[in-house]
Design a binder for this molecule. Structure first.
Ligand code: CP3
Length: 340
């Protein structure tokens, strides 16, 4: 029974710093790549036995202290009635995007638990197979990040079309953000019912906004989600690229905040005091460095954050080209240097 992650989120003292890696399920593990060659992306996501097998791989093979359910943030646009395609090498796309209030009005927000039943089944099955070995993390995309995909229709470096939508039709944007917030709260509550011990909200593209616009288009919706879930399970917010919001977010209903590698551990602690658990913030590309360099940087990271109220993680998802022994070296270094 390893519940280090949950105890740290509650603010308790633990014997060791827990560690997991964003995007740890899938991407770089050879056993995942075998399943990927056999089944297309949404078959892997929608078949509970496959999703469970993929979720367990990093727990068994890399030794992380938590499992994160294998799924995708874009199942929410699907549940709202939008088609989402996943093309190899190209990433996700939505053939029909949101542009007007009429498009927003046509979106479905009801019955998410039934519409995404395969996620709930995958969570229940994974929970059973884990048998308490490590906690199970559920997740969803944050409203701003989901809006980005729904408006833009595909990934973007600048998200200028999503921002143009928000800046030219703010009322429509807010009605879309609120609809996404409502369905996301229901979705995360259903995940908890199905067995998620904690949930993380990925605001991967929050950093595309200015601090002023983050406060308008992202933060209020993140706070609504954190407040709605805080009585159920600890909530981790990951608004990438928003070091300036750390103080505000640390005073929210969230139990933890994930941070990227563009803020020093010391600065993040200064902004948040001892009020909240911090998670992060290893540069994912640094896992491509030689193993002795990885170990040195892990030690520095832990020294920077301290061993209390801290979850070791990457500052964003693991890269597909990371050698498995480097991922393992990262996890082992945390276990070594993070023991009290
Ligand atoms: O730990 C895990 O990997 C759990 C499963 C997971 C996936 N997506 C599976 C996936 C999680 C937590 C996500 C979240 C996700 N999806 C985010 C937020 C996190 C982040 O990285 O910022 C975002 C922005 C997406 C949208 C998305 N899905 C993109 C941009 C892509 C293509 C590029 C890529 O590989 O990430 C996907 C596809 C996707 N989702 C893959 C996986 C394993 C790769 C496709 C495949 O393996 O066939």
């Amino acid at each position: 029974m390893n519940d280090l992650l949950l105890r740290v989120l509650k603010g308790e003292e633990t014997e060791r710093v827990p560690v997991w890696m964003m995007r740890q399920a899938g991407r770089y593990l050879p056993d995942y790549l075998k399943l990927k060659a056999q089944y297309d992306f949404f078959t892997r996501v929608q078949t509970p036995e496959l999703a469970t097998a993929i979720t367990l791989q990093p727990v068994d093979q890399v030794g992380v202290d938590a499992a994160i359910i294998f799924s995708d943030i874009l199942v929410i646009p699907q549940a709202m009635g939008k088609e989402v395609l996943m093309e190899e090498g190209k990433g996700p796309s939505l053939p029909v995007t949101i542009q007007t209030q009429k498009d927003v009005d046509a979106l479905i927000t009801e019955n998410v638990e039934e519409n995404l039943k395969y996620v709930m089944d995958a969570l229940s099955l994974t929970k059973k197979e884990l048998a308490g070995r490590v906690p199970l993390i559920g997740f969803a995309g944050a409203p701003w990040t989901i809006l980005c995909y729904m408006v833009e229709g595909k990934g973007s470096k600048t998200w200028d079309k999503a921002k143009q939508f928000a800046y030219t039709q703010p009322l429509v944007a807010h009605s879309l953000l609120q609809k996404i917030t409502d369905i996301t709260i229901a979705y995360l509550k259903a995940q908890v019912k199905a067995g998620a011990d904690t949930v993380q909200v990925f605001d991967s593209w929050a950093g595309s906004l200015s601090p002023a616009d983050f406060k308008i288009y992202a933060q209020p919706y993140l706070l609504q989600i954190a407040d709605a879930l805080k009585g159920d399970v600890p909530v981790i917010l990951f608004p990438k690229g928003t070091w300036y919001a750390l103080k505000d977010l640390s005073e929210s209903g969230a139990a933890g905040i994930g941070i990227d590698w563009c803020v020093s551990p010391q600065a993040a602690r200064e902004f948040t005091g001892s009020k909240i658990t911090l998670q992060g913030n290893f540069d994912p590309s640094k896992l491509l460095a030689p193993i002795p360099e990885i170990r040195k940087a892990v030690k520095e990271m832990i020294d920077g954050f301290g061993k209390h109220r801290y979850i070791a993680n990457l500052g964003h998802g693991i890269m597909p080209n990371v050698p498995v022994d480097h991922a393992r070296a990262f996890v082992e270094a945390v276990k070594e240097f993070g023991t009290k």
